[in-house]
Design a protein around this ligand. Sequence first.
Ligand SMILES: [Fe+2]
Length: 273
Amino acid sequence: MNIGKIHITGSESNPFHTLSYQRIDESGRIEQANLPFIKVFVNYLPDGLDAIVACADLQGRWKDGSLIGCIVAEELEILSQMDELPAVEKTGIILCGDFYARENLDRRGGTGDVADVWRSFAKRFRWCIGVAGNHDIFSAMPDEKAFEKFKNEEGIHFLDASCIVKDQLKICGISGIIGNPRKVFRRTDVEFQKEMGNILQQSPDLLLLHDGPDFPEENLDGNQLIRESLISKNHLLLIRGHKHWDQLYIQFNEQIQVLNAHEKVLVLLKENI
Ligand SMILES: [Fe+2]
């Protein structure tokens, strides 16, 4: 058992809650989708932290037009008030990128401002830590000053090739994906691998990425170069989004587990001992 390290021991097979929202399907049409809220059990959470909620790729809108991520934050708060989830002040939030959907849902893959989604979580919960996806921009980007101001807002902890310690957990993250570095939140393969090496040297407990490794053994989609650079001597839980997987998490190797939050709200809770 990895004392002091978060290790997934199981998950519920059915969502304990769903939220209906609109998004664009693969053929470009608006579809009504159900966002699943699923409980994932871990062996350990630090004192004072009763839950970690991880989500990614919430690229849709609520019926009133709000980005669905904003509504998820409200919904989690209500579930907490109803005692279905731990108290908000004992719940940390992990955001793994891609929280935008175009206002009119007129096409898939729109890029836009997700600052309000982050704020919606940050103002309610113990902390809010995350990385950007490839479709996210923040505040008045590319205005660097506006982006800096956003990153300094209370409760916001934006990671990009950086780490933070919260509740004795070292949480590190790299924003964006491998791609054309002239586009926002993209690095060349060489740069991304270099940052992976730097970050892993810092022995994170949690590593947040938007895309993550593929896993050919189980036919799970992702990035081969990230897989190849994912070498750790210490136990590490990597949380990712960007690609749909048929399973919530994998044992990547002896040290590393990977949890996929793509189009899901995953609530990490301490297993009942
Ligand atoms: Fe993405």
